[in-house]
Design a protein around this ligand. Structure first.
Ligand code: PRT
Ligand code: ZN
Length: 216
């Protein structure tokens, strides 16, 4: 009876750098659903799955709480939020790095130069861990966006932010001096899935594997 069938609830980013590749992943697996603009929730008509379209930052919490069964986020968001979820699969897209950058004109002789400095970031946990591992005490200024402008307005000496091409750093007169974390999109999953949902997830992973094998 299809009405009694379990649905795997999948959380993906509503609109942003993960959205297109996340949608494509399911499309390539032959899973059909309507992702039309403005929809926050939709059910596939040929696979037992329901899709929730959310802000990426909210996805790990929803998966931990069981509101969603699995989700797709950047590893940077997964590690920073520190929620109790499993990494089910690395997906290979949205690759980027989390780096420390300083004003281009300044010299840099190593991580000890960050001692006592103010560093602006949206990733206080990952940065804090890096500094701790290196025995550095610095002043972490948490800001939620436009981190790269912090040094030029006197808010911080350095920044720690996501870098992809490097052009944002360049445009703001900064240079990358330490790569502290490398990230790609990952599928995260709840630690307490029912057997029925686990079996839907296995079917999904089998299809993803087939798509990835066909590509290589
Ligand atoms: O609205 P919502 O909260 O869902 O989205 P968001 O704005 O928080 O995230 P979004 O869509 O920008 O990024 C989603 C994920 O994509 C991130 O968590 C990363 O895992 C990954 N990703 C890959 C990136 C980048 N590349 C990237 N370049 N995330 C952000 N950037 C930003 C970065 O913050 C910086 O401002 O782009 C700028 C640097 O890019 P370059 O190319 O100039 O170096
Ligand atoms: Zn976000």
């Amino acid at each position: 009876d299809p009405l009694l069938m379990d649905l795997l609830r999948i959380a993906i980013q509503k609109s942003g750098r993960l959205s297109e590749d996340s949608l494509n992943l399911f499309k390539e697996c032959g899973i059909k659903f309507d992702s039309g603009t403005g929809r926050l929730k939709t059910t596939s008509n040929n696979f037992p799955a329901e899709f929730l379209f959310l802000r990426d930052d909210d996805i790990p919490g929803y998966v931990e709480d069981g509101v969603a069964d699995i989700g797709i986020v950047g590893e940077n968001v997964h590690v920073e939020t520190g929620r109790h979820v499993e990494v089910v699969k690395k997906l290979g897209f949205s690759k980027c790095r989390l780096s420390i950058a300083i004003p281009r004109g300044e010299s840099y002789g190593g991580v000890q130069e960050l001692q006592g400095k103010a560093i602006a970031t949206s990733y206080p946990t990952i940065l804090g861990n890096f500094l701790k591992e290196n025995g550095i005490t610095a002043d972490i200024h948490e800001i939620s966006g436009s981190v790269e402008i912090a040094p030029s307005i006197g808010l911080a000496h350095a920044v720690c932010d996501i870098v992809s091409s490097g052009s944002t750093l360049l445009a703001n007169g900064l240079k990358e001096v330490e790569v502290i974390f490398r990230s790609e999109a990952v599928m995260i999953g709840s630690e307490k899935l029912s057997d029925a949902k686990r079996s839907i997830l296995s079917k999904l992973l089998f299809r993803i594997q087939a798509v990835q094998t066909a590509k290589n």
